[in-house]
Design a protein around this ligand. Structure first.
Ligand code: MV4
Length: 513
């Protein structure tokens, strides 16, 4: 087993990996940028290394600096988390070249899935259902119009190097196609350095369902059920659940078998996710494969009882999967809320700043994967995900009621968050009856009981009043923030305790410089 793992990431996912390392008896080494000197992952890791300026290109995306630290500190493996370098084939290759194990798939598997047209060709060979369309670059307007009229409008024009919806266009007729083709090609060239675009039949208001797969280096590949990820806004997922309310046992097995076929076709190793579009008839089509651990992995962990990060590490260390497909049992239901520092009243714009108060929920069936603490300043430089609140129950109803109970326990002051959105979704009739597709959230946000509605305002005022009372109570007995600011004289023991912990933190912070 590895002795030390370097974590090439930040925020809640870095914390998640540090926890897994500690449980496995592996030392964790964190890297951090200048604005992350006292970030939570830096306070929690066994060793920490400053790698550069806030700009990701200078720090969390800098392959040379990260590999340099890994070699210097003697790490035997690197966990990339999600985002940043997690799907960068050059990075995976460079790790292999330096004799450091990349905890993820091979560079070759990443490349096979990186080009969407190449992935479509691979899936065709493997007999995997995919959306009708082209699997090669479009060469001319005439050819594009031929293809489009054959598959039938509406069609989707997509960038081969894209993914996640970037550079995607919905076209209703041949007149729209001509100008869109050239625009899409030059946009893709600018965004990805690759102007290749292709066409697919458009599936209107699809559901987005993805399947978690795990593969070891000994040829064993399993699926761990699906996640329903249709609740998103502008290609940013907001709430995910497992299992999908749409999928029954029979469909789970079929879509799971297809996902395993996808992974095998890519010669895939470690944890990965196969994305599908599902139409109104419940027919599903391969969309793309994400070659990393995903943000929403906890919902799969809760319904399978497996620890995906442990398994990633064990697989990377060369171990065999410790179970077979028939041993994977799905039990209960889990729902994840992505808590972002963003302003719901201002188009969900990022809302960085200092966290002045933080009350976090707990209790039965509640898991919080958190990346922040009170007194810390959320920088503007990265994705504004603060934490993931996950509710688990014996069934969907209980998962919903536990989350609905936990959400009002959650209070963040100093920055704006999207917390208010989740109570709304959980109370919504369509959500409760599982009537969700990729257009769901936009419809909810457009509907009458908007975020500025009276009800929502009242609820926020109530929560604020309770939180203020709690905070006042805490503040009168000790320095709740523990930030080293002297409390009023005469509080004796509380002062000493606070001083101790902040001194400890100050000492620790000094050590980093
Ligand atoms: C589609 C589609 C409809 N038809 N492809 C958006 C993200 C990217 N991974 C693919 N996406 C879509 N591709 C065809 N042929 C609709 C979407 C889509 C979508 C997919 C998943 C989750 C949310 C979405 C929101 C809008 C559009």
């Amino acid at each position: 087993m590895f002795k030390k793992i370097l974590i090439a990431n930040r925020g809640e996912i870095a914390v998640r990996v540090i926890r897994a390392c500690r449980e496995l008896g592996i030392l964790s080494a964190a890297v951090f940028s200048e604005v992350d000197r006292v970030a939570l992952h830096v306070l929690m890791a066994d060793e920490v290394y400053l790698i550069g300026a806030a700009a990701a290109a200078e720090s969390y995306l800098n392959i040379n600096k990260i590999l340099d630290v890994a070699k210097r500190c003697g790490a035997d493996a690197i966990h990339p988390g999600y985002g940043f370098l997690s799907e960068n084939a050059k990075f995976a290759q460079a790790c292999a070249g330096a004799g450091i194990k990349f905890i993820g798939p091979s560079a070759a598997s990443m490349e096979a899935m990186g080009s969407k047209t190449r992935a479509r060709r691979e899936m065709e060979k493997a007999g995997v259902p995919f959306v009708p369309g082209t699997s090669r670059a479009l060469e001319s307007v005439e050819q594009a119009q031929d293809v489009a009229s054959n598959i039938g409008y509406p069609v989707m024009l997509k960038a081969a190097a894209g993914g996640g919806g970037k550079g995607m266009r919905l076209l209703h007729n041949a007149h729209e196609l001509q100008p869109a083709l050239e625009a899409a090609q030059s946009e893709a060239q600018r965004a990805f350095g690759d102007g290749e675009v292709y066409l697919e039949k458009a599936i209107l208001n699809p559901r987005h369902i993805e399947v978690q797969v795990l593969a070891d280096e000994h040829g064993n590949t399993v699926y761990l059920g699906e996640r329903e990820c249709s609740i998103q806004r502008r290609h940013q997922k907001v709430l995910e659940e497992a299992p999908s309310p749409l999928v029954d046992t029979e469909m789970r097995q079929r879509i799971g078998d297809v996902a395993v076929r996808v992974a095998k076709a890519a010669n895939y190793c470690n944890a990965g996710t196969v994305e599908f579009l599902v139409d109104a008839e419940k027919d599903f089509y391969f969309l793309e494969m994400n070659t990393r651990l995903q943000v929403e992995h906890p919902v799969t962990e809760l319904i399978t009882g497996l620890d995906l990060v442990h398994l990633q590490i064990r697989i990377a260390a060369g171990e065999k999967l410790p179970f077979r497909q028939e041993d994977v049992l799905i039990r209960g239901h889990a729902i994840e809320c992505r808590i972002y520092a963003e302003d719901a009243d201002d188009n969900f714009f990022p809302s960085p700043g200092k966290i002045e108060t933080l009350l976090t929920p707990a209790g039965p069936g509640i898991r919080l994967d958190n990346g922040v603490y009170v007194g810390w300043t959320v920088p503007i430089d990265y994705d504004p995900l603060l934490a993931k609140l996950i509710g688990y129950g014996q069934d969907r109803q209980q998962a919903i009621s536990r989350l609905a109970r936990a959400l009002p326990e959650y209070f963040v002051a100093g920055i704006k968050t999207n917390l208010g959105l989740f109570s709304r979704i959980l109370a919504d009739e369509d959500f409760r009856s599982g009537k969700i597709d990729t257009g769901y959230l936009e419809r909810l946000l457009m509907s009458k009981t908007g975020s500025k509605g009276d009800q929502a305002k009242k609820e926020v005022a109530n929560i604020a009043a309770i939180a203020a009372a709690v905070f006042t109570q805490l503040d009168s007995t000790s320095n709740a923030a523990g930030n080293g600011v002297a409390s009023k004289a005469g509080t004796g023991a509380a002062d000493a305790a606070t001083a101790g912990s902040s001194w400890k933190r100050a000492a620790r912070t000094d050590g980093l410089m």
